[in-house]
Ligand binder design. Sequence first.
Ligand code: UT7
Length: 325
Amino acid sequence: MAHSYIKGLGAYVPDGVLSNADLEKIVETSDKWITTRSGIKTRHISDENTPSSELATEAAKIALDNAGMEASELDLVLLGTVCPDMLFPSTACLVAHKLGTDGIPAFDFSAGCTGFIYGLAIADSFIKSGFYKNILVIGVEELSKLMNWNDRGTCVLFGDGAGAAIVSPTDDSKKGILDWTLSANGFYGDFIRMPAGGSMLPASKKTVRENLHTVFMKGNEVFKLAIRLMTDAGKTVLERSGVSPQEVAWLVPHQANIRIMEAVASRLGIPKERVVITIDKYGNTSAASIPMAMYDARDRFSQGDYILLVAFGSGFTWGSVLLRW
Ligand code: UT7
């Protein structure tokens, strides 16, 4: 049975940068509060003419280049997002078209910030089954477009960006994706949500007036669950694979909050020097955060390194991937 590995990585952020000082002019907040409570200093923000598919396509082109491949060699496009260009058609179809790969299958999935982990697991399964060979997995978000800019509890946390990976088969069973776990529990569905715009609350003057097309989050509740669930997911794949925390070269957690990442690393027994952190530059970019962080850290990864990815997000969803570089 074929194994899968990450053959190429790419990331892309829009040019616009919003600093904590800029946010001080928008809501009652301070650079000190944002930095100490979340670890964020800046985030990138898309302009009104640049939808998620644009960021995703740019990240995908970089990943293809990094893998030394042409778009015509792709067999499948998978895209995790909660910020699609439109409710339908899927953003994956739009990206595939922009890449010039019309005809191959392409679909979106909504797994919140766990999107990239879900995408890698789907890609790994398709490769193991022998159905597809070269799979483009994208995480992309433009959460700036779903913010209530009067809600200081959310608008300071999120940013825009895209990350992409080319996942391909390998005969070397010691390399690439070794194990993964996925979970979900809709009981926590109201912890992070955008209530309106779907079939439950279609767009109306009332939904716009009440800001229901924006992100609502129970920050404290999410904080505690995130630490427990990401730690559990990380432990599951390490134990199943017989890899000890000491052997993990890099932990790449979903970039939601520096305090969450430090708590997860400490509970897993992984020193903070081995945790990839990009939240200071990009804020929380949801499904894009892990591939963006991996792209950022790619020159620090060495052949044979065990790399542990852990994430949680709206749904609730959570999961992890253990891979060997
Ligand atoms: O990717 C998944 C998405 N979400 C997350 O991962 C978020 C998880 N949660 C968190 O990261 C944290 O809970 C937050 C960063 C959202 C909040 O940090 P906290 O330490 O849990 O703060 P808090 O909500 O307990 O608020 C403490 C105080 C409150 O004031 P009072 O009631 O103590 O007077 C808030 O009103 O901080 C206030 N506050 C702010 N102050 C300045 C909340 N937001 C801000 C702000 N600036 N932006």
